[in-house]
Design a protein around this ligand. Structure first.
Ligand code: 5GP
Ligand code: MN
Length: 321
């Protein structure tokens, strides 16, 4: 692999951007790279763009410098997309990406088509943050950079639980830990902690969830009027689909919430028996084998039925293989 030092040779300006509705891995990888360049390449002017990241990540160093809009005519020598599975998922910065002299993508989505000029896409790696770490020089990773990368890894592995967690993931986490940050605090406050309202909404979704096909699948939903009632946005819904997936006997959990009238964001989680990334890709979305998402239009029941049909069709095809 070309190390980031080679990629940055001769580069004077860098822009970094993540995906829409940034999650922990997106924030962690973008901030990790931002802090790494700031610290080790002071001669390079670097900007990081994130589309309204959650307040819970404020413990990351220089989080206040994150830009939430682009400034017109910026033409970067290098633009880096982190954790972005396809160009249409790049948030805020499409103009910067298109104008940049060089583009780089650091990602781990199996559905990534390789949309940048240089692509470090490793589908077997737990997180974009772990892919990023592989490009860095370990002795140049200080505590604040380590905090960002560690944040990304714990979010995309469900705190080292999901099957994407490898021995290498643990080794990277161990190296990061040596810098001496408060990992318990990061895990609790950025991953597990919820506001009272967020817990109430999760409770409601769980209480109203439905089992399908004799409990093989479970679906939860939230209508727009309910989101408005609680005064919440999509950022408040993290963890709900993972909790649904923990239902005994369920192979796939589906969680849908209405982002506009009759338009639903669908999140899917699988225990591995079903490849939900294929289901998501069928509907124009993407993701990983065990975690994927897409957007669908129609009534809630139509959306659930369409997703179910596609899951079953995929399973039928697999059994014919
Ligand atoms: P989540 O369900 O947490 O929103 O997303 C799970 C995974 O699927 C993430 O890796 C995310 O990037 C991907 N994903 C979710 N929604 C979409 C989508 O609409 N399009 C694409 N390409 N990927 C998505
Ligand atoms: Mn990721």
């Amino acid at each position: 692999m070309n190390k980031i030092s080679e990629i940055l040779e001769g580069v004077k300006t860098v822009g970094i951007g993540g995906h829409i509705r940034p999650d922990g891995d997106c924030v962690g990888s973008c901030m990790g790279l931002f802090l790494y360049i700031k610290k080790n390449y002071p001669e390079i002017a670097v900007d990081v763009y994130l589309d309204h990241p959650k307040e819970g990540f404020e413990y990351l160093k220089d989080f206040g410098e994150v830009k939430m809009e682009t400034g017109g005519e910026t033409e970067y020598d290098l633009f880096v997309a982190c954790d972005v599975s396809s160009l249409d998922r790049l948030a805020l910065t499409r103009d910067c990406f298109d104008r940049a002299k060089e583009t780089l993508c650091i990602d781990h989505h199996v559905s990534n088509p390789g949309f940048a000029k240089v692509n470090y896409v490793c589908p077997d790696v737990s997180s974009a943050s772990e892919v990023l770490y592989g490009l860095l020089e370990p002795d140049k990773v200080d505590r604040s950079i380590a905090e960002a990368i560690y944040t990304g890894i714990i979010h995309d592995t469900g705190v080292f639980q999901y099957s994407s967690t490898s021995p290498e993931t643990m080794q990277v986490a161990g190296e990061l830990m040596k810098t001496g940050f408060d990992f318990s605090k990061i895990i609790e406050e950025s991953f597990y902690q919820k506001t009272y309202i967020q817990n109430q909404v999760m409770g409601r979704v769980l209480a109203e969830s439905i089992l399908l096909r004799d409990g093989k699948y479970i679906a939860g939903y939230l209508k727009k009027r309910d989101m408005d009632f609680y005064g919440i946005t999509s950022a408040d819904l993290d963890g709900i689909v993972s909790q649904l997936r923990l239902t005994k006997g369920a192979e796939v959990a589906i969680f849908l919430y209405e982002i506009r009238t009759q338009t639903f964001k669908v999140s899917m989680r699988s225990n591995g028996a079903v490849d939900v990334s294929q289901v998501a890709v069928f509907f124009g979305g993407g993701g990983h084998v065990r975690a994927a998402g897409c957007e669908l239009q129609g009534s809630m029941h139509d959306v659930i039925n369409n997703i179910m049909d596609q899951i079953e069709r995929q399973q039928t095809m697999e059994s014919l293989d």
